[in-house]
Design a protein around this ligand. Structure first.
Ligand code: ATP
Length: 133
């Protein structure tokens, strides 16, 4: 059936680079799967988990949103931040979640609510993905 090359890249590092059997991406309009021979596609991603299968085993990666590009059996994901579920620091995510919840509950006009809600969402998804490892 062939394979797909997956590249998950952030401004600081390459988080995943390798051949996979399939991947499921957190598209802004819902999850979508990518198999070998997929048509070319460019999609915006939301904060979520990207799942991929390699050697028959599922792996999960946190994605802070960004873009997925599929072309000629290469799936490239560009994200502001990403980490493998195995390298998620749970204590850090819990602290980030608490900070964001306090900001949101504080009703302070100076707080950027959109930013606080995005930080909360990142922390919630990191904690969910850490449970899957
Ligand atoms: P924090 O407030 O804890 O920095 P954040 O959601 O604002 O969380 P990001 O801006 O998404 O953090 O990421 C900044 C960098 O820190 C990225 O390299 C990201 O991979 C890493 N990072 C953030 N939170 C965690 C975590 N809980 N475990 C592992 N790496 C993390």
């Amino acid at each position: 059936m062939g394979t797909l090359q997956l590249e998950v890249v952030t401004p600081d590092k390459t988080v995943v680079s390798g051949e996979v059997e399939m991947a499921v991406c957190p598209g802004i309009e819902g999850e979508f799967g990518v198999l070998p021979k997929h048509v070319s596609l460019l999609s915006a991603l939301k904060i979520g988990g990207l799942r991929y299968r390699t050697g028959g085993k599922d792996e999960h990666v946190f994605i802070s949103g960004g873009f997925a590009d599929v072309n000629n059996d290469v799936l490239t994901v560009l994200a502001e931040s990403a980490e493998l579920a195995d390298s998620i620091d749970t204590a850090r995510a819990m602290a980030a979640k608490e900070r964001a919840e306090k900001r949101i509950a504080g009703h302070d006009e100076k707080v950027d609510m959109t930013r606080a809600e995005a930080a909360l969402q990142r922390a919630i998804v990191r904690l969910q993905l850490a449970q899957l490892r």
